[in-house]
Design a protein. Structure first.
Length: 235
């Protein structure tokens, strides 16, 4: 039984990688490339397998949607404002914010079945980031079928400036967010992070979710960030 379960686990891991291989992080990509050279039965004997198990999400459903595929993104494509740009570290196009005051984008996320899911936004805060003002950025996850808000967060502009300076970051906004509902995790030892949102419950009959990042209430100039992908994973 344990042998069957182990083999199923290896196969599920490979299927997860195959589904998201175009949006892998550098370490994930290196391990994936290495492991693709070997049959599945040999994976557990390779040091790379142990490392891979620790970096790839341990979920039977993992979907990553590139931010370049946003169905709504104000000024996207304007080389003076915000545009897709190839990132040398990720080796793919990400959305780079050169400079803008009016910022909003939205992404659809397919949901294969009801259950609990976790969302992570992969983003970059560059050393030259400029994010002033007092009005918060608003993040929202909406059920497009049932028309209900599943998650709602506020982020103070100071967060991004503190992050770039290496200062302590407080994601709480007037007592609205807490450390369990919203947190930042490094995805690398440089300027890339995951913004991890609290688990959400998706009801039966839901076909897709809509994620929105809305910073239009903060009219100050914003620059020096990039967005890569939004991930949804079963928990």
């Amino acid at each position: 039984s344990s042998g069957i379960n182990a083999e199923y686990g290896h196969t599920a891991k490979q299927l997860t990688l195959d589904r998201i291989h175009q949006l892998l992080l550098p370490l994930e990509r290196a391990l994936y490339t290495h492991l693709k050279q070997f049959p599945i039965c040999a994976w557990t004997r390779l040091p790379a397998y142990t490392r891979l198990w620790n970096v790839i999400p341990r979920s039977d459903i993992v979907i990553r949607m590139p931010v370049t595929a946003s169905h709504m993104f104000g000024y996207l494509g304007d080389r003076e404002a915000v545009y897709p740009d190839r990132d040398p570290t990720m080796k793919r196009e990400v959305v780079y914010l050169r400079g803008i005051s009016w910022l909003i984008f939205a992404l659809y996320l397919p949901v294969p079945r009801p259950g609990r899911y976790r969302l992570r936004l992969h983003l970059q805060v560059r050393p030259e980031v400029h994010w002033k003002g007092q009005n918060p950025m608003v993040l929202r996850v909406l059920s497009t079928t049932h028309k209900e808000v599943l998650a709602h967060y506020f982020i103070h502009p100071k967060v991004w400036m503190d992050l770039a300076r290496g200062a302590p970051v407080n994601l709480d906004y007037n007592g609205y967010n807490d450390l369990t509902s919203l947190r930042l995790e490094r995805s690398r030892r440089d300027t890339w992070y995951f913004l991890v949102m609290d688990n959400i419950e998706v009801r039966s009959g839901e076909g897709r979710l809509e994620f929105t990042l809305d910073d239009r209430q903060n009219v100050f100039w914003k620059a020096g960030k990039s967005w890569d992908f939004l991930e949804i994973a079963s928990v």
